[in-house]
Every structure is written in structure tokens, then in C-alpha cells.
Write a protein that binds this ligand. Sequence first.
Ligand SMILES: [Fe+2]
Ligand SMILES: [Fe+2]
Length: 277
Amino acid sequence: MSGSNGSLYAVADLHVSYAENRRFVDGLVPTSDGDWLIVAGDVGEIFGDVERTLRLLRRRWAKVIWAPGNHELWTHPNDPVQLRGAERYAALVRMCRDNGVLTPEDDFAVWDGVGGPVTVAPLCQLYDYSWLAPGTTSKEESLRYAHSTGVVCTDEVLLHPDPYPDRESWSAARVAESERRLAALAPGVRTVLVSHWPLVRQPTDVLWYPEFAQWCGTSRTADWHTRFGAEVAVYGHLHIPRTTHYDGVRFEEVSLGYPREWSARATPPRLPKLVLP
Ligand SMILES: [Fe+2]
Ligand SMILES: [Fe+2]
């Protein structure tokens, strides 16, 4: 599969449990037969919804590359699929493979269209509460502060870490696995690093509730964009779509977000976002 006559696009946080968002997804189309689409997590929380949406996107795009968000990893009480934690992730990966969608567990695809060759590396690194709430000095204090303000991520209730004892242990295992895969790339390889959670903390500086940052990433990935040759780092999760640069590397937040967020903006979402060229 070659992307030589197309472009590389990305989108995240489609949150298809909302009818407005499902209509938005129905209207998404590629610009040419060779386009690839990165889907950086939070398609939805119901397993069947995630499958239906990825299947629809795969029918339209030459290649679809998915990385999980926290919502796919939830075990929602209304979901007939009650798998938890690592087992749920494994089932999502199997579902993607059945539908021809690439995951962090597959060989990395190489974009060889305009702007390439670039290795597109989807990652799943979760978070480990290392991005403490301002003014706090430990994970316990940071979490306590969030509970006092009421800004607590629903992951605390619905994202189970099984078989790991806690989410930070699962994150540590995921970081080690992703690091192993990236370190195995040939020296000098250029990459597009794709993760639901931003690899660096700076994007969270503009959060309305800064204490939410503890559910947004891990300090363990702080140098990955320079260490692993990133041409672009793609992420979502914050629902603050924008382009920024850190250490000369372009970061693209490509989220749609909730209807109340995107419908309130002056201009409609321009998604999927062009990543390359
Ligand atoms: Fe989201
Ligand atoms: Fe998210």
C-alpha cells in the first residue's frame, strides 16, 4: 500500500456516543484514494461503537492507524463487552486486525508519500500521575487536591488496570514496550509519533483545570519527540485542537471533542487535520 498519491491525515476524540459527533463522522471523507488516516483515540467507550466507526473509516481511507484513548479502555456499565484493562486492550487490537486497522501492536507502517518516508508509530503509554497538580509535591497530594476541587477523571471509576495493581504500573509496562519498539528503529529514521496522551506536559499548561494534567500523560516520554526522530507528534485527549512546537518538533492536537465544545467555537472543526506533507 503506497501513499504516494495522497496525504497523511489525523483525527482524535470522535466520541461517537453523541449523535452530533456521529453525524460529523458520517461526513468525513478523504481527499484522494491514497490518503491515510490516523485515529488518535477516544472513538468512543462502547466496544461495538468503536468497531463500527473504525470499520466505516477503513472503508474510506487507504490505511487507518489507531491508538487507544482512555474511553476505549473504559469498562462502561452499558457495554455488553465487559472486558477490563489489558484484556480489553487486547480485544480492541484483535478487533482492529479483523477490520484491517493498524494498532500499536502491529509493525509500523511507513508513509512513503509526499513528505516521507516517515514511520508512523501509534503508541499506548497511558499516564502515571507524574504531572502533579500545581502546588502539590506528591501523587497522593495531587489526587487529594483534585478530589477537593471535584475535577476527577472518570478513568478513576471506569478504567481498570487489570492485571496490573494500578494504572501507573500498567503505564510503566506500556512505556517500556513502546520504548523498546521505538529504540529498535534504524538510526536516523523520521517518525510520526501518535498517542492519545501528549508526550510532553506543555500542552496541558492551557487546561482550564490544571489539576486534570495528572490524567494526561507521563514525564517518562518527555524526550521521545527528539530522541525518536519525530517529524510530527500527534495527540488528542485535551479537546484543545491546535498546533504547537516544542524543541523544534511540530505537535498537532487533532481532537474533535464533545458537541458542547466544538459547536461553541466560531468556526466548525476542520478535520481530519493534514499531518503530511
Ligand atoms: Fe476525549
Ligand atoms: Fe481522552
